[in-house]
Design a protein around this ligand. Sequence first.
Ligand code: ADQ
Length: 461
Amino acid sequence: MTRLVVFSNRVPLGDKPSGGLVVALNDTMASQGGLWIGTETVKERSGNGPEALINHPGATFERLAMGLTPKEHAGYYLGYSNSVLWPLFHGRADLLSVSVGQFTTYKSVNSRLAELSAPHLRPDDTIWIHDYHLIPLAHELRKLGVRNPIGFFLHIPFPVANGIRALSDNAEFLEWFSAYDLVGLQTQRDVANFIGAFRTLGRAELLSDGRLRFNNGFIQVASFPIGIDATGFRKAAEEAPELPEITTSAQKVMIGVDRLDYSKGLPHRLRGFQAFLRDRHVEADRIAFLQIAPPTREDVQAYKDIRRDLEQLSGEVNGEFGDIGYMPVQYIHRSIPRERLAGLFRRADIALVTPLNDGMNLVAKEYVAAQDEADPGVLILSRFAGAAEQLAEGALLINPYDAASIAGGITRAVTMPLEERRTRHAAMWGEIARHDIDWWTATFLQSLARAAASRRTSETF
Ligand code: ADQ
């Protein structure tokens, strides 16, 4: 069996990792072993002696990290990755913040990571690179003579051609993808955008076998919707400790769990809830909305702005509809342990997952997995979440830009008969259990092995 080498921006270091990508891959690595390489910010790099990756022993797999100086962290992570690629890939060119030096730092961090990692690679390794921070990495590894199968998976949406056009160096950017044997995206929509962008901007040709002929090579692209540890999460929810009453007088509980990110549509969600409350006789059916939104990337201005907007709006809604013993919005600005999260999902009658754009959204899948199938809750889901492609049959799909659409979804959810809730839940659970995290890993790696083998064959002729 070949060894799996995973690259991602961060390496999981704690016992209980959180965050979409790391949670998803940690179990696979813990059970099958391998090598995980990433980056971490250090105060200063030691100037003497050859620079080395930092070893983090203590896991069932090997963990290595490259130290980033605060300046590199600013240019590569906060800068190009999260102030250029993240907003662009989520369709928010208006939030783009381009500054001198970011692009160069992004490339130099990737090339140094390649240089420091190459000596750790063995000829029979399978390499799997994750996410937008590391797009040029395969190109850099190939320059160093690495011939192993290399796959890439993008966890966030792939934008339409105009999104890529807003990258000043888009020709070089497209070129990076040709170093991979396989490019994996979350949804069919992303694959269509990818092909469209390469045809429009790179004069690529779509071949009948699905590959793209681009410059002098080929790109194999396909969708692999990421899953969760479905049975594990369900079990955690079943075994979760009793929760204290969420609020005193609310009859129904609605939950939202998101990193505090502008792509998650949190202010729009509150406007939707406000519209619902305005339309109804609140006394008749009091609903408590619990929003858990831990901070991220707080050094980026757009994230400071979203935090301020959200705090203001929840105050506004509570001021308008709150009463003694009833606060419609409870807003918690921190991370909570996964077991407790699983218990909260199970307790909640409704989940509001309303991103303006999202690669997949694992919260939607976790909420469904946590339900009691005898009396399941209702998932209200944005049509812009990647998960909507798989969960359309069971979720209430809404338009997150339209407060009336969200309000309508809440009304339907509150009044939905038990039979309908069960039918919808069963459809979603079937999909989530079938296409779980093990399915995702296995399917991607099998496709990568096939793609790499056929590329080698065509190279021989
Ligand atoms: P994220 O944008 O981080 O992931 P998501 O898919 O929802 O979004 O994953 C977040 C994870 O963190 C979930 O497992 C959730 O339970 C957990 N989490 C969130 N808030 C938490 C809190 N307060 N306390 C504890 N845990 C919390 C990126 C992409 C997504 C894609 C994933 C995986 O943006 O679109 O689904 O990667 O590919």
